[in-house]
Ligand binder design. Structure first.
Ligand code: DGT
Ligand code: MG
Ligand code: MG
Ligand code: MG
Ligand code: MG
Length: 275
């Protein structure tokens, strides 16, 4: 940038850096998705196409920003957890958060036609502008971080059990939305489970894991085999076709229970580093 007498205004910019050695969580949430989902006819209570689209946008974010060690998504929100030691954008929170929000939103729009297809395989028209808010939150300990993702997963469970029961009462039980709401006032989880089972023969625990647990994204080394053609040594220029197997870091979409130990044990190398 050329120097000019206007240069001094740069000094007004703040470059707040996030505390070193803390977990950075960027949580994004669809703005006005109550209306957005209604406008695009999302299936109730869950639209697998819309959830898969959210997941695809989140996978793209992890591939674009590999310092994200895991992500958790439910409904219209996603939380991205960065490596404690990340130096992305010198840990400038506004740059990190705005880049994620923008990359996620653009990917959501770009991949809409692949995911939001009707029964005939035709893409649903996108008639509103999907956009997301974002925030950065810092967690100093692994315990805090685990409690954070547990909080989001419990939120997913509570909302999904409520929504599943509510929409079953409306769509299968013929109640109005007001009647269904009244029916559920003051009920506990066990009452909703019982209602679904005794009145509709639905075992809530057999509902798809993606709806009950949300989506957990993490990295795994996957062996990939590629065929190569070329000389094997300088001495012998004859091209030879051979297969090479490499370990490729790949984003996995999982629906595991984050309140259990298993996930954290499997990824202990990422989450319990001492530095
Ligand atoms: P906000 O975030 O304050 O701008 O407002 P909203 O309207 O985005 O509210 P929020 O984020 O608390 O709730 C998410 C909304 O998105 C909620 O009304 C349900 C809707 N939604 C998300 N996923 C699905 C889905 O798969 N199917 C349907 N029918 N609705 C969904
Ligand atoms: Mg620039
Ligand atoms: Mg909200
Ligand atoms: Mg929202
Ligand atoms: Mg939300």
């Amino acid at each position: 940038m050329a120097n000019s007498r206007f240069q001094y205004v740069r000094g007004f910019e703040s470059e707040a850096r996030l505390l070193p050695n803390t977990w950075i969580v960027v949580r994004i949430d669809g703005r006005g998705f109550h209306k957005f989902s209604a406008k695009h006819g999302f299936k109730k209570p869950n639209d697998a196409r819309a959830i898969n689209l959210m997941n695809a946008a989140a996978v793209a974010c992890m591939n674009e920003f590999p310092d994200i060690v895991m992500a958790y998504g439910e409904s219209d929100e996603y939380s991205f957890v960065f490596d404690k030691r990340t130096q992305l954008f010198s840990r400038r929170g506004d740059k990190i958060m705005s880049s994620i929000v923008s990359f996620f939103s653009s990917t959501y729009v770009m991949q809409w036609p692949q995911h939001m297809v009707d029964a005939e395989g035709q893409p649903e028209p996108l008639v509103a502008t999907p956009h997301f808010d974002g925030r950065c939150v810092l967690y100093p300990t692994l315990e805090n971080l685990r409690d954070y993702v547990a909080w989001r997963q419990v939120d997913c469970h509570i909302n999904n059990l409520y929504n599943t029961t509510f929409w079953t009462l409306v769509l299968k039980g013929g109640l109005t939305e007001y009647e269904a709401e009244q029916r559920l006032v003051g009920t506990f989880s066990k009452d909703k489970n019982e209602l679904l089972f005794s009145e509709f023969g639905i075992n809530y625990n057999e509902e798809p894991l993606m709806f009950r647990k949300g989506s957990v994204l993490h990295w795994r080394r996957i062996p990939v085999t590629v065929t190569k053609e070329g000389p094997t040594s300088k001495a012998d220029p004859t091209p030879v076709v051979r297969t090479v197997t490499r370990q490729k870091l790949t984003v996995i979409v999982d629906h595991c229970d984050l309140l259990q130990e298993e996930f954290w044990t499997e990824h202990a190398d990422v989450f319990t580093s001492s530095s």
